[in-house]
Design a protein around this ligand. Structure first.
Ligand code: ACO
Length: 290
């Protein structure tokens, strides 16, 4: 497989399978590398990407080969945000119901489906990341950026607010000062700054981006997938709950997780530590193959 200098696959040479025209999916060693593939348009999100990404997420959820999903962009962009022509101008000129349905489908893949997606997701930000692309970025569980990637909330520069659910997403992950600064000035920031502001987990030199993202995905692959899913679902729910409700919910979620976990991970973990003394849970995951 051939990688481009910034870590994203070159769709011409990687052998990745096209999913329609605008999204490529390349499944390798438990990781689905999902590439937004409109490099000539800096992977701007048009209706094609919206519908294809919804279909891709359905397929990735059902595909037993996939343990972790990585979302990235072809060429020198992660994504230049919503497509000003195809997503806004053309759709605004059409029937209101079609616009409503498209917007709903867009929030589905960028936000709600991603937040509760049954498998771990990582955004691999290889270049330009603007506007609506923040929703994809923040919708993913984790994010890794090239140090020199360029981020921007450019909406103010052409007279709209960061809508969809972007402003809400920013309020979740950025401090008020940082969020309002970038929303109101439209200034760009780098991958390195994104890591300092915790918009991404970490930033690495572009040439290491794919390898470091793969290493993170490999770490997630070692964990119990059912428990990973419960853990992230619980995190999102308890954020908006009062303490007492959160306590009750987490007790119930924990019991549900133990009861429904097909791997019975808690029992394996406990006996490998207490009886077999073959691992230390403080330092690694239990051996899922035993
Ligand atoms: N919507 C539609 N087309 C786009 C978008 C977009 N968001 N971004 C880039 N394109 C298109 C350009 O129109 C151009 O098309 P053309 O070749 O047919 O003329 C092509 O992609 C390449 O764009 P350039 O501007 O030539 O590329 P360059 O590498 O010089 O700059 C950059 C890249 C900085 C990303 C620039 O394209 C840009 O500013 N794009 C808009 C970014 C933006 O404001 N996004 C937020 C949209 S609003 C929202 O998401 C809610």
């Amino acid at each position: 497989m051939t990688g481009s200098p910034n870590g994203a696959r070159d769709p011409e040479t990687s052998g990745a399978r096209g999913w329609g025209d605008t999204v490529l999916v390349d499944i390798e060693d438990g990781i689905a590398w999902v590439t937004l593939n409109r490099p000539d348009k800096r992977n701007a999100i048009n209706p094609g990407i919206v519908w294809e990404m919804n279909a891709v997420l359905d397929a990735m959820e059902e595909d037993d080969r996939v343990q972790v999903v990585v979302i990235t962009g072809a060429g020198d962009a992660f994504s230049a945000g919503q497509d000003l022509k195809e997503y806004f101008r053309d759709v605004d000129a059409g029937p209101p119901l079609a616009r409503e349905r498209l917007y709903q489908a867009n929030s589905a893949w960028q936000w709600r489906r991603m937040m509760y997606f049954s498998k771990p997701t990582i955004a691999m930000v290889n270049g330009w990341c603007f506007g609506g692309a923040f929703q994809v970025l923040i919708g993913c569980d984790l994010a890794v950026a090239a140090e020199d990637a360029t981020f921007g909330l450019s909406e103010i520069n052409w007279g709209i607010i960061p809508a969809g659910i972007v402003t809400k997403s920013l309020a979740e992950v950025m401090s008020q000062r940082d969020a309002l600064y970038y929303i109101m000035t439209g200034e760009t920031f780098t991958g390195r700054q994104a890591a300092e502001m915790r918009v991404v987990n970490f930033a690495v030199p572009a040439e290491d981006l794919r390898e470091r993202t793969k290493a993170l995905a490999d770490t997630l692959k070692q964990k119990n997938p059912f428990v990973l899913r419960s853990a992230k679902t619980a995190y999102h729910h308890v954020k908006s709950m009062p303490w007492d409700s959160a306590m009750e919910y987490l007790m119930a979620k924990s019991d549900q997780t133990k009861y429904r976990d097909p791997e019975k991970g808690d029992q394996k973990g406990m006996s490998q530590f207490l009886d077999d003394k073959t691992y230390r849970p403080g330092l690694q995951a239990y051996d899922r193959s035993r």
